[in-house]
Every structure is written in structure tokens, then in C-alpha cells.
Design a protein around this ligand. Structure first.
Ligand code: VGL
Ligand code: ZN
Length: 208
């Protein structure tokens, strides 16, 4: 296909990241109608789902003496500690009820290794273990990806940055994301960094 297929990646639109959830993001659910509306503009839609075992190392509860939002060091890599969230098989790990799941050709679960978290849809936080998404997209001749979902400054950001390493053109649909903004200002910081690295930070209005 000329120009390759365009894929939308819907990142972690799950109950625990929405208001009332274990790791709630302000207005996290407000992007859902927008995401539902833009899916039909893409050749392919992939969703990611944060899917942690109870003993996931990124939970503060599994690191005695540490608090939520502390940073720890795992084999030389900084890891933020989170409240228990998106535990496999729980309501919090389910997609938000309002999200239209009908267009998803692949649901990629991540963060399943107790010893390594995975913010990125492409590669785990050890920066070494691939999820298989790049191979899936390449097999389908995808060259350009569009990313939306939660959270702007974690899973959206890591996924966008990693997509570049696999040679994809990357667009972040910024009004279809919401962030944790922790530490304060991190949404602004990741937006500038993504732009600097050649990611197009666009608005849903820019989608033709
Ligand atoms: C996320 C923190 C921990 C995200 C997932 O989806 O951005 N953030 N797990
Ligand atoms: Zn997580």
C-alpha cells in the first residue's frame, strides 16, 4: 500500500487510570469520546493494556520502607513506585466501559514480568525485552503510527520515543492524551522532548 498503513495505538485507557481508579489521572476519561471518534480514520487500531501481577516490582507495596512516587534503582535503571494498579483480572485493569473496543485488531498486554515494568508498548523498562509490537506492525507494513491515551508523560511518551528506534514516523495526538504530571511540569517537558526528537505533536483536528 502506498505510504504504508496508518495505525492508531490506544495506550492504557483502563479504569485504574481514570477518575476513581487506583492511579487516577485528572480527566483521564474525558478523552474517550474523542478516541472513539477518531478510530475509524485509521487502517488499523491497536490497544495496550497495563497488566501487572500482584508482585510487580513497580508497586510501592512490594518495596518495604518505600513510598508511592519514590524512585528506586533496578539494575541501574530508575523506576518510579506506583500504587498497586492494573492488576491482572481486576476491574481496575479492564478498559473503561465507554471505550469502543470493536476496532482493536490487537490488544497488547504489558508489565507482566514481576521483575520489570513496561511503560512502552515496544520494549520493557529494562530497555532490552521487546514486546513484539514492532514486529507485528512491520509485518503489516505499517510505517507511521499515531498515539493517544494515558498517560502522556509515561506510557504515551515512552511508546512514542521507542517507536522512533524501530523506524516508525510518529505522531502524538496530544488532545487525546492526559498525563500524571508528576513531577510537576513533566507533561510540558515530555512534549518538548518529543518535538525535539522529531515526533509530530498534533491535534485531533489535524487528522484528515
Ligand atoms: C502508566 C504508570 C504506571 C501509564 C502505567 O499507563 O502511563 N503509568 N503504569
Ligand atoms: Zn503500570
Amino acid at each position: 500500500m502506498k505510504g504504508g498503513r496508518r495505525v492508531l495505538i490506544v495506550v492504557d485507557v483502563q479504569n485504574d487510570f481514570c477518575p476513581g481508579g487506583a492511579l487516577q489521572i485528572k480527566d483521564g476519561d474525558s478523552i474517550i469520546p474523542l478516541i472513539n471518534g477518531i478510530m475509524e480514520r485509521f487502517d488499523l487500531v491497536v490497544a495496550t493494556q497495563d497488566w501487572h501481577p500482584k508482585n510487580q516490582v513497580s508497586f510501592a507495596s512490594n518495596n518495604p520502607g518505600k513510598n508511592i512516587y519514590d524512585q528506586i534503582n533496578i539494575s541501574g535503571i530508575a523506576q518510579t513506585l506506583w500504587p498497586d494498579h492494573c492488576i491482572q483480572g481486576t476491574k481496575g485493569a479492564e478498559f473503561h466501559d465507554d471505550l469502543d473496543l470493536s476496532k482493536f485488531s490487537l490488544i497488547l498486554r504489558k508489565g507482566m514480568n514481576p521483575l520489570v515494568d513496561s511503560y512502552s508498548a515496544f520494549i520493557e523498562n529494562d530497555r532490552n525485552t521487546e514486546t513484539g509490537l514492532a514486529g507485528y506492525l512491520k509485518a503489516l507494513k505499517v510505517r507511521e503510527i499515531f498515539i493517544c491515551g494515558l498517560a502522556t508523560d509515561y506510557c504515551v511518551y515512552y511508546s512514542a520515543m521507542d517507536s522512533l528506534r524501530y523506524g516508525f514516523r510518529c505522531n502524538v495526538i496530544i488532545d487525546a492524551t492526559r498525563g500524571v504530571d508528576l513531577p510537576k511540569g513533566s507533561i510540558g517537558a515530555v512534549v518538548s522532548e518529543m518535538k525535539d526528537k522529531g515526533i509530530s505533536v498534533i491535534s485531533s483536528d489535524d487528522l484528515l
